[in-house]
Design a protein around this ligand. Structure first.
Ligand code: GLV
Length: 320
């Protein structure tokens, strides 16, 4: 038995981290991903000290209330923690850890892939190639719009938003942003701050969502209407930030020319109408999905659990 304590994992541990996890903890690893109730049941029966979960596992207040008293830390292998009722966990003295920083670059790279895929009609062209290049586009057919030089408005100028801005500057895109608080001059750089989302929207030829979930719908029907006609919409943050019916209508009318989406209101059972539209470029929530990043995320989640069970307070703990 590990001196640090007993860890229940909600899914099989990725091969590169398995030895470390089993060497560090008395580790209970399932053969397949578990549901929340199953994790709670095992954690209770085993008097676990810690739980390792992923984005897909909902931990609402009623789940937290049913965790055994032995649990001291829950780590999620995601930067977002809108699937966990953090205040309910804190009220029980349970530390919640996430995986900030290590996924910033991979997610910002995916964001640019979405932008380019949407602007350059990648879905249509990939489908054409999949079908054996049967459609021969004329000189003025299959054209996208230029990304270079377009004005990008970023909603949520945290780590990932700033990394997207850095990449967009490489495309000579002027950067606007809306954030709860204005950034310090060194972080803001040449980006222009808008204290309200409404005041920024009319200037966004590209609108980039990089805000955390759990704050309700930001992109409502009214707000889509405030964009310049033909704007490009990119979301690698959370589907819950968007009224998808309103987005679909905006894509049909041309108010939004195209959308690049990695996240959806319902995952994986996303609204199929989004895929039926020619002017979308969709990915299955792969923002952080590189070997390097996923390995680092899992490692950071384990670091957090190790620190808490060792009597410390990790830097990736979410502060009350
Ligand atoms: C991905 O969406 C994450 O929150 O890590």
């Amino acid at each position: 038995m590990s001196p640090l304590g007993r860890l229940v994992c909600s899914a099989p541990i990725p091969a590169p981290l398995r030895d470390r996890a089993h060497a560090t903890f008395d580790c209970i690893e399932p053969g397949k991903p578990l549901r929340t109730d199953e994790v709670i049941e095992i954690a209770t029966a085993q008097r676990a000290d810690a739980i390792l979960v992923s984005l897909g596992m909902l931990l609402r207040a009623d789940h937290i209330a049913r965790l055994p008293e032995t649990i001291r830390v829950v780590a999620t292998t995601s930067v977002g923690f809108d699937h966990i009722d953090v205040p309910a966990a804190h009220a029980r003295g349970i530390v919640i850890c996430n995986t900030p920083d290590v996924l910033t670059d991979a997610t910002a790279d995916t964001h640019m892939l979405l932008l380019l895929g949407a602007a350059r009609r990648a879905k249509e062209h990939v489908r054409n190639m999949d079908g054996g290049w049967k459609i021969r586009n004329g000189f003025f057919e299959g054209l996208g719009v230029e990304v270079t030089g377009k004005t990008m408005g970023i909603v949520g100028m945290g780590r990932i938003g700033r990394a997207v801005a850095d990449r967009a500057r490489g495309f000579r895109m002027p950067i606007l942003y809306h954030n709860r608080t204005r950034l310090s001059p060194d972080l803001e750089g040449d980006a222009r701050y808008f204290p309200t989302l409404e005041s920024m929207l009319p200037y966004c030829q590209v609108l980039s969502l990089n805000a955390p979930g759990g704050q309700g719908v930001l992109m409502t029907r009214n707000r889509f209407a405030m964009l310049p006609h033909g704007a490009i919409f990119v979301n690698s943050a959370r589907g819950s930030l968007v009224d998808e019916d309103a987005l679909i209508d905006a894509l049909k009318s041309g108010q939004v020319a195209s959308a690049g989406l990695d996240v959806f209101e319902k995952e994986p059972n996303f609204d199929a109408r989004l895929n039926e539209l020619a002017n979308t470029f969709l990915l299955p929530h792969i923002g952080s999905a590189t070997v390097e990043t996923r390995t680092a995320m899992f490692g950071l989640a384990i670091d957090g659990i190790e620190a808490v069970l060792g009597g410390g307070y990790p830097s990736n703990a979410i502060r009350p």
